[in-house]
Design a protein around this ligand. Structure first.
Ligand code: PNS
Length: 159
């Protein structure tokens, strides 16, 4: 039988423990999970695409059925190319829903064969985002409780 593949997309600038929680839970539901790191040249990032991929790889190294890849362009086209049947995303709070619902609807129009699934963030990570980590880090706060060890290490070396 064909492997059931899901894609967890994001900017991962940087990957947080909230992302890892969603990825781990998706990995329990699917045969393979691809963490798809968006290149998106329109956005400015703290980390380069190579750094975002490398840190996501380090963070997911212990989850056997997860791989990490960069992607460019339309997410659903990438999903179809990789034969993924689902996009899995985390929802932290009600404010996440309008944008996510809009993206879900557009992606469903463009590729009806790719289902979007939302997992509610585990309570301990519901207040954590990459932008909050970047902000705290700029202010020299310790973010090590919110990010994988490899990210904390990178931030210490590049702060
Ligand atoms: O971590 P982010 O920045 O919230 O992730 C956003 C992401 C990468 C999932 C979103 O920007 C995306 O899907 N980009 C790919 C471009 C695309 O397909 N756009 C149309 C979506 S409706």
């Amino acid at each position: 039988m064909e492997k059931r593949i899901a894609v967890c997309p994001g900017s991962f600038d940087p990957i947080t423990l909230g992302h890892v929680d969603i990825i781990r839970r998706a990995a329990n539901l699917f045969d393979q999970v691809i963490v798809a790191v968006a290149q998106d040249a329109r956005k400015s990032h703290m980390l380069s695409i190579d750094e975002r991929v490398e840190l996501a790889e380090a963070a997911c190294a212990g989850i056997v059925n997860v791989i990490v890849e960069p992607f460019e362009g339309l997410l659903v086209e990438y999903c179809v190319r990789r034969r993924a049947v689902a996009i899995v995303k985390g929802i932290r709070n009600l404010s996440d829903i309008p944008d996510e619902a809009q993206m879900q609807a557009v992606n469903a129009d463009l590729a009806p064969g790719v289902e979007t699934l939302f997992l509610i963030a585990s309570p301990q990570w519901a207040h954590i985002s990459s932008s909050m980590v970047r902000w705290l880090n700029e202010l020299d706060a310790d973010v090590s409780r919110y990010v994988p060890e490899a990210v904390a290490h990178w931030l210490r070396g590049n702060g």
